[in-house]
Design a protein around this ligand. Structure first.
Ligand code: BG6
Length: 510
């Protein structure tokens, strides 16, 4: 197990939603599990005028995310956890002189003996990231002479390739690349990491993991919710920026990558970057037209309830063409993947919440049982990332009786079946890794830029291209009517069931 130094975590944007919803509950879980160092404290910093006690009340005592705790024993643990939380008001802006903040950090560090080790977590509007890094550096707080310093940066990391590059250069003026941790919470998901283990700790999959045996690869990320209260942010972002450029490209890189030389952070990240750089960038309008589909959800009645269309959501322009559905077909230009199409989609207001990777294997070269209907039923390896994390293999078995009728059977594994295991949430895992100085599950500058390099021309085409259509789809169905056009008639999306083992294809309409 990695060691963990005494340290302080300073959260910028501490009065915001992410702190209360994800960060503090994750820290509490780590505390309860005995994973935090002996000398540890959290200093919240933001533009709200709060005392230490008011901050504790807000993020723990009165927080809806702590409602589930309350029994006597837990109360004791909660109280000692709350003693570790402090707050510093920054005033009206993040762009102020950080003298006061620096003296608070230094005095808390001395009082609680955190040995000068400090993580700065930026959970603020992204245009503040560089500003905060500069102000920290001006107070000598990026300097590692007296204890290490790390910077965790939330998404969105840039709005385009050029803004991501500018942000990288901006942050690297004040912090070394090795100090910067770009968070992508999908990398904290156990099953996303398991993609590496499935591939590289088994000898049954990797020999088949290439163009000789794989017909195509499909990735679906579906959410049943709409944009909720984030219409203002989302309308400027859209599905491609919000989910595809980061979370889905990370998953793609783990499927595409070559075996790393070992499990060290840089070895894995080097291969991921190489994988991302091998994806064929589409620039030609005709190619982009044929290989991308964008859609937007329309109002509908779901389970007896009227659901708003995207344009009716608060904060969304009533003539918005921002996509809530994005599907892209692409190729990877390298030896392993030549001519294997990848189909990747993400969308809101789908029939269910699910993320899964489907590896479709080629049908056998010679069909002995050609009368049995097996030809169109390919072998599949389905890696379910959420909600019911697991792996399912579909393979042919003989139907009992005369002759050789073949049917598909399921071989399933569920993480839940590992009885003694409690899965850490993504934020628990990622925070713990950063505290231990392990950047494996964080995105490196060149990874982020390689992902943007692929996504940028699609965004540009969707914004400025001719013939670009945003298709409507009713909330609660699997996307627009032409969603399967990307497959050119040969296949179609596997619209997953609510549970891994269920047959696909349902939608919720009443
Ligand atoms: C976030 C997106 O990064 O991921 C949200 O901004 C999305 O729009 C969320 O809802 C989905 O995360 P998860 O872990 O629930 O799949």
């Amino acid at each position: 197990m990695n060691t963990i130094d005494n340290q302080m975590l300073v959260i910028f944007g501490a009065s915001g939603d992410l702190t209360a919803r994800k960060l503090i509950p994750a820290l509490f879980a780590l505390f309860k599990g005995g994973n935090l160092p002996e000398n540890f404290l959290v200093l919240g910093a933001s533009r709200s005028d709060l005392s230490d006690q008011e901050f504790r009340d807000k993020v723990v005592q009165n927080s809806p995310y702590f409602k589930k705790y309350g029994k006597k024993e837990t109360k004791r643990i909660l109280d000692s956890f709350m003693d570790k939380l402090f707050y510093q008001d920054l005033g009206d802006s993040y762009d102020v002189e950080y003298g006061k903040l620096a003296s608070r950090i230094n005095s808390l560090a001395a009082q609680y003996n955190t040995q000068g080790n400090c993580i700065f977590y930026l959970s603020t509007p992204p245009n503040m990231y560089e500003v905060i890094a500069r102000n920290l550096s001006e107070q000598n707080l990026a300097n590692q002479k007296d204890g290490w310093k790390r910077l965790i940066v939330e998404k969105p990391f840039g709005y385009s390739l050029s803004t991501a590059k500018a942000l990288n250069t901006g942050l690297q003026k004040y912090f070394e690349e090795s100090q910067i941790y770009r968070i992508d919470h999908y990398l904290g998901k156990e099953t996303v990491q398991n993609l590496l283990v499935t591939r590289f700790a088994n000898s049954i999959f990797e020999p088949l993991w290439n163009r000789n045996y794989i017909e195509h690869v499909e990735i679906t990320n579906a959410e049943s919710v709409g944009v909720e209260k984030r219409g203002g942010y989302y309308d400027k972002s859209g599905a491609l920026r919000d989910m595809f450029q980061n979370h889905l490209m990370q998953i793609v890189s783990l499927i595409v990558m070559e075996p790393p030389i070992d499990d060290k952070a840089e070895a894995i990240r080097d291969e991921k970057v190489k994988a991302l750089k091998s994806i064929r960038i589409m620039k030609d309008e005709a190619v982009l037209y044929q290989n991308t589909i964008r859609g937007q959800y329309l109002s509908s009645d779901l389970m007896g309830e009227k659901v708003l269309g995207y344009r009716e959501e608060p904060g969304v322009a009533n003539d918005s063409t921002t996509e809530t559905y994005a599907a892209v077909k692409f190729y990877v230009d390298n030896w392993r993947w030549k001519d294997v199409p990848f189909y990747v989609r993400t969308a809101k207001r789908m029939p269910t919440k699910v993320t899964e990777v489907v590896i479709h294997f080629k049908s056998p070269h010679h069909h002995i049982f050609s009368q049995s209907g097996v030809i169109d039923k390919d072998n599949k390896l389905i890696i379910r990332i959420q909600p019911d994390e697991g792996i399912l293999m579909k393979f042919g078995v003989k139907v009992p009786g005369q002759g050789f009728k073949v049917e598909r059977a399921n071989l399933e594994f569920y993480y839940d079946d590992l009885a003694e295991t409690t899965l850490m949430t993504a934020y628990e895992r990622l925070l713990l890794d950063a505290m231990q100085g392990d950047p494996t599950l964080y995105a490196r500058a060149d990874e982020v830029e390689a992902a943007w390099a692929f996504v940028d021309p699609i965004l540009d085409y969707w914004k400025n291209g001719k013939d670009v259509i945003t298709y409507g789809y009713s909330a609660g169905v699997w996307g627009p009517q032409n969603a399967n056009d990307l497959f050119n008639g040969k296949y179609s999306w596997r619209n997953p069931g609510a549970l891994l083992g269920e047959d696909p294809g349902f939608c919720v309409i009443s």
